[in-house]
Write a protein that binds this ligand. Sequence first.
Ligand SMILES: [Cu+2]
Length: 501
Amino acid sequence: MIIILLGIGVVMFFNSPLYNNNNTQSLPDGVTEGEGTSIMEVGNQEAGDRPVKTFNLTAQETEWEIGNGETVNAWTYNGTVPGEPLRVTEGEYVRINLKNELEVPVTIHWHGVLLPNKMDGVPGLTQNSVQPGESFTYEYIADDAGTYWYHSHQHSSKQVDKGLYGSLVIEEKEKEYEQDEFFILDEWAVNQEKRDLSNMGGMMMGGMSGDGEADTKQMYDTFTVNGKTGEAIEPLVMEEGETARLRFVNAGFQQHQLVFPKGSMKVIANDAEKVNGEQGSTNVMEIAPGERIDVEFTKQTRDAAVIAQKTDVENAEDMRIPVVTKENADNPTSDMDVAASTDIANGVSYGSEKLLFEETPDPDVTYNMDLSMGMNMGQGMAFQINNEIFPDTPPIQVKEGDIVKVNITNSGRMNHPMHLHGHRFQVASKNGSAYENPIVKDLIHVKPGEEYTIYFEANNKGEWLFHCHDNNHADRGMVTIVDYQGVYSPFEIGEKYDNQP
Ligand SMILES: [Cu+2]
């Protein structure tokens, strides 16, 4: 009986997006009103004598060849999936002119970048969504070399799904690796029949069986790397003995596990923070939705090799990056064996080189964040924070300078990669035991039954989202706000700009 009820809820989930019924809801008091300063007035940055780098990005509709003879109707930044790759050098001042040629409003969020609140790209919170035909200019100082990405934050569950994302690299002044490559992983629903009724029961059954990914697995049928699937994926060209930096981002809503040839890879950074610690024999890299992981990869032999999705999930054969020499670049063989996997490295496997706190700090604010799954009357599935869905979720209220402790517990049955905007946090403990070497990140993948304790310093005044980066979960409510005392947002959800954060 429970299964049937949940099944019905799930059908409604896909037929009636929350926000369609939700345009009149408003943000909590303190976020939008009260004394103090508008977020438009805080954290201002200027170019000064920094070099300025300018990019123009146009959001547009594109018929995109995904590979295997399939074309998808995509929404892109500058006509490709992923959008135009952006590379800047640390210390530069970046200016991005966004023009919207779509028939729907869009924005750009600079995922992982520590920037002024009004440049964060969250419609209804830090700006109004950019209407069809209109433009908006983002600008900020690019500090903190590392791997980032950008994506629309307007109705993300749909817009990121349709291709509105791209890579952003902030390079070190002295580059450590001559070869430096970017791979963005994603899933697509090319065959829409995947979403039919008979599968939805299966999704919930899968959910019951504790896989944590059952919902996403039911929704998508095609995996891509840099917008291409299967044999259309562009090979990585390297000669024997060469070493390169490979930057991975998961723009999809499902976790991926990539298997490398044994002894060929080492994790060097995650979420733009360098890692340290003994890596042992790992040859599998697990990456959560929204997460960034950089690896150092060495081509060990002259023979072609492959970096591929671990074969224990459906559609794994779509996600294979051939590694070939110049000589055989035109004919990469597609039937190379995926290596046997040893240990898995994920976003919390290694400690960070630079910590935010040397000792566990005394918090000024403690927030217990319970992540759960439920039903929302008339609207189907809900993904909740402390039993509420956004915008009714309780905000994390802070003052500038506070040390904030958040205990995140997943009491549901799906994975929740929780991402904090505008700050980095230190992951201090998992399931009650402290990390010997803590990890600095801006996204923590919380699986069913897990509990993490994180700390951050409230050092970037504004109104900042803290949300699940499975955007289908965010769309169904799993979003809250870090709300600084003394500032307010002049924007509103919905209304005439159709702001859908
Ligand atoms: Cu989630």
